[in-house]
Ligand binder design. Structure first.
Ligand SMILES: *[C@@H]1O[C@H](CO)[C@@H](O)[C@H](O)[C@H]1NC(C)=O
Length: 410
């Protein structure tokens, strides 16, 4: 069939690129709709999305109402200013990219989601509301980012685990009934306790097209010491609760719990976590920090304490005197410091290393939170350096069919 379609491509408008590698690695680009409100050169609109580098783009976020229907969170930007429609109209020029929308996110809390999945009636209300929404704005699928089912500190309860699985299964049936090949994916955590509380791994992985593992924010100001938020591997210093909190072990946990490797997408942060050091003379990983500060001062465009976009980090390193960049040889990620400021982040070198890791393990691809934090204006060199690496490494990669080892043996 594939050969026939490709032969026809010569005659019809199907591009040759579509025919070369249909099982290629995914590059999933989350787009933060709030980025359009950043000042000056920080402003990132839908028109800035590098569609040639993404296989999937995901519009963030929509929410859920108290009565379990889809909730538009930014009515002015999303609807009045046509955020949704502008986003999906990119299909005209880039028809091979999938255009999805994500429901949830940290700020949405967990309570409304727990309530929504708790009964068949409210799940049905949500599911049909989603179908109407995707139809209305011409999206190609839904990503679920409930943080997190079953999390007691997020207004969850033990019944969420079954409720979440029921919801996913019902959405799958509803999407298949619509018959538009809509995708169903989820953004998920990677700690043993969170999975135990809310995620039926084999069931979810069977119903979902892809699982976006949020392998970032693994360390932060809350830990009380300076570290990179997304180390690829375990370092000797990672003891106790930190032992398995790294990208490799997080993905392996999903595999061990019964998810096929070729459904797993590895999260790459296009931002760093910044800290105020207690003393400017102690600046290795693990250095004591002024936790009360809540992270280093906001950077000019993202204006958020403790979180700096990659384009802000590379600009600081390039333009401000005195920054020193170091490489964590065990975690395979960089960090940088200057006086009492410290930041752990990902850069071209670590992203490249993580793409190799994806290929070595047969995972489905890579995703980023979020595309608007790459060096999209080329402030430090060529524009969009991080997503370009992801693209070039994933386009030549064919995702393997899972072998027996990828499946649950328990
Ligand atoms: C959508 O596109 C129109 C026309 O180019 C533009 O005026 C508007 O600002 C866009 N809206 C968003 C949210 O990007």
């Amino acid at each position: 069939m594939k050969i026939l379609i490709c032969a026809l491509a010569v005659v019809f408008v199907i591009t040759k690129a579509e025919c070369t590698n249909t099982n290629r690695g995914r590059v999933v680009c989350y787009f933060n709709n709030g980025a359009v409100n950043r000042p000056g050169i920080g402003r990132y609109g839908i028109e800035n999305i590098p569609l040639d580098s993404c296989t999937h783009v995901i519009y963030a976020f929509i929410g859920v109402t108290d009565t379990s229907e889809v909730l538009v969170l930014d009515h002015k930007g999303d609807v009045e200013n046509n955020g949704f429609r502008n986003f999906t109209s990119l299909k005209a020029t880039h028809p091979n990219v999938k255009y999805m929308v994500v429901v949830g996110g940290w700020d949405e809390g967990g309570g409304k989601y727990s309530k929504m999945v708790s009964s068949s009636t409210s799940r049905t209300i949500f599911t049909s509301s989603v179908v109407d929404f995707l139809n209305e704005y011409d999206f190609d699928g839904l990503d679920l980012d409930w943080e997190y089912p079953g999390a007691a500190d997020r207004d969850g309860n033990p019944e969420d685990k079954q409720g979440f699985l029921d919801l996913i299964n019902e959405l799958r049936v509803a999407f298949d009934d619509v018959g538009k090949d809509w995708l169903l994916t989820a953004a998920v955590p990677m700690t043993k306790s969170k999975l135990a509380d809310g995620y039926d791994v084999p069931g979810l992985c069977q119903a979902l097209d892809a699982v976006h593992v949020m392998t970032y924010d693994l360390r932060g100001n809350w830990d009380g010491f300076a570290d990179n938020p997304s180390p690829l591997y375990r370092r000797p210093r990672d003891q106790g609760v930190y032992e398995n909190i790294n990208v490799e072990d997080g993905l392996q946990l999903w595999v061990d719990e019964g998810c096929p490797a070729n459904k797993l997408v590895v999260g790459i942060p296009f931002y760093g976590r910044s800290y105020v050091l207690s003393s400017s003379s102690e600046h290795d990983i693990g250095a004591p920090i002024d936790t009360a500060a809540g992270g280093a001062d906001p950077a000019p465009y993202t204006d958020s304490r403790g979180v700096w976009a990659y384009f802000e980090i590379c600009s600081k390193l390039k333009d401000e005197e005195g920054w020193i960049r170091k490489w964590d040889k065990d975690g395979k990620v960089p960090y940088a410091y200057r006086e009492n400021q410290w930041v752990g982040y990902d850069d071209p070198q670590s992203v490249k290393r993580k793409m190799e890791f994806i290929k070595e393990n047969g995972y489905l691809g890579a995703m980023t939170w979020s595309i608007d934090m790459d060096d999209f204006r080329g402030l430090c060199g060529k524009a969009n350096p991080l997503i370009s690496i992801m693209h070039s490494k994933m386009k030549s990669y064919t995702v393997p069919e899972p072998n027996e080892d990828n499946y649950l043996e328990k």
